[in-house]
Design a protein around this ligand. Structure first.
Ligand SMILES: [Mg+2]
Length: 179
């Protein structure tokens, strides 16, 4: 089974939120995950644009390379007889759960959507997680799964992010499945 993350891999969560907050990207935190504190606001203020708004989540735009990543991973899964699921961690707000379900439905992926507040609890040996969070990748690996960290500005591989991500992920998938 391949599990593909939604926010930050396929859709543009953080830039959409920064836009709504009227904030610029905190460059001093390059290579690190950030929440309200790093932006000089409370966590309540950080999440405020999304609270009670399923549409905020349903209408998140794709990352510039999100659709290409999805197509590449889907083709790889089909060719290698692997199932593909979208695995996403909603916020603590039920509207986030509803909105993500709406996003999946709009993209004909409702049956392939898995939502959980603890991704690692479903990790099994042989299962591959593709995710942009160092923490998720670490916990998934500790739980016995294999994981690919997608280089993005907000994680430890940020200096690798200027190459083709579909190609980067495809190479990593091949390495993992032929090991
Ligand atoms: Mg993510």
């Amino acid at each position: 089974m391949i599990y593909l993350d939604l926010d930050g891999v396929l859709v543009n969560f953080i830039y959409s939120l920064l836009y709504d907050l009227g904030k610029v990207y905190p460059e001093e935190h390059e290579g690190k995950w950030f929440y309200g504190e790093e932006l000089g606001i409370t966590d309540e203020e950080f999440w405020a644009p999304t609270v009670g708004k399923p549409r905020w989540w349903a209408d998140l735009p794709w990352m510039p390379d999100g659709q290409a990543i999805f197509k590449t991973v889907r083709s790889f899964a089909v060719e290698n007889n692997l199932k593909l699921k979208i695995l996403t961690h909603p916020s603590n707000d039920p509207a986030s759960w509803a909105g993500k379900a709406m996003w999946a439905n709009n993209n004909n992926l409702l049956q392939d959507m898995v939502m959980t507040l603890d991704k690692s609890c479903i990790a099994k040996p042989g299962d591959i997680l593709i995710d942009d969070s160092d923490t998720n990748v670490g916990l998934w690996s500790e739980a016995g799964g294999s994981a690919i960290l997608v280089p993005r500005r907000w994680n430890s591989l940020y200096q690798e992010r200027d190459q083709s991500m579909p190609e980067y992920i495809l190479k990593a998938l091949r390495r993992l499945t032929f090991e």
